[in-house]
Design a protein around this ligand. Structure first.
Ligand code: C5P
Length: 221
């Protein structure tokens, strides 16, 4: 049986990008590597938690010692998260596509002389907002991420309120920071008590600190 401060806790972690199909051979994606979500899942499992790791097509392998659920689209990710509940906590580290192509073409879209295809989009479900705003069965701690390029604290504080989650881990993903796709992160933790900036450290260290904070918070519930 697992030992550690998170023993007996079940935690759902979303991670990686989503792929939204255009036709059988093409999709829309984003640059998320899945590094921070993977590190968080590893740290939580290391502290004894039972982790369900719901991952989009990431470029790095999932951690050991977690239950891996592989998905492609935002809608599949939502289904997988709902199926993984009930849980004590949910950490939404995935870079979920905000939009999907409204009508995926069943056959490959062909080049036509002088013609260009037009893509129409639909809004994807907001998994973090939905779980945060659940009534019965809501995990006691719901944590989201905010990748911002300016006014990080203000935008992240507004995002916490809008989504209804307990915490937001905000990071500055301006290209100059090298954070997106890199191995380091500089985060600000936004809780109901305000904002707390952590020094720049490796994504593994961010994950360990977060896991320790999650253990504290769940013990206090
Ligand atoms: O709204 P925005 O995409 O900036 O919010 C980021 C946070 O919301 C992340 O925690 C991300 O995992 C989560 N999210 C989600 N479902 C979406 C969009 C974002 O769970 N469709």
């Amino acid at each position: 049986l697992a030992a550690g401060p998170l023993a007996g806790r079940r935690i759902v972690v979303t991670s990686g990008p989503t792929h939204e199909p255009i036709d059988p051979v093409r999709y829309i994606a984003n640059r998320s590597s899945g590094a921070q979500g993977t590190a968080i899942a590893r740290a939580l499992a290391g502290q004894g938690a039972e982790v369900v790791f719901v991952t989009g097509p990431a470029t790095i392998p999932p951690p050991e010692g977690v239950e891996v659920v592989r998905v492609e689209t935002a809608r599949q990710m939502r289904e997988a998260v709902l199926s993984a509940l009930p849980a004590d906590a949910m950490i939404a580290a995935a870079a979920v596509a905000d939009w999907r192509v409204a009508e995926e073409s069943a056959s490959k879209i062909k080049k036509t002389k002088g013609g260009l295809p037009t893509l129409t989009f639909s809004e994807n479900p907001d998994i973090l907002a939905e779980i945060s705003q659940m009534g019965d069965g809501r995990p006691s701690l719901v944590v989201g991420f905010a990748a911002e390029t300016d006014d990080v604290e203000a935008h992240a504080t507004a995002k916490r309120a809008r989504k209804g989650c307990d915490w937001i881990l905000a990071n500055d993903v301006s290209p100059a920071t090298g954070i997106m796709g890199g191995s380091e992160n500089a985060v600000t933790l936004i809780t109901e008590d305000g904002a707390e900036s952590w020094p720049r450290m490796s994504k593994d260290q961010v994950a360990m600190q977060l896991a320790a904070r999650i253990a504290q918070a769940l013990d206090a519930v």
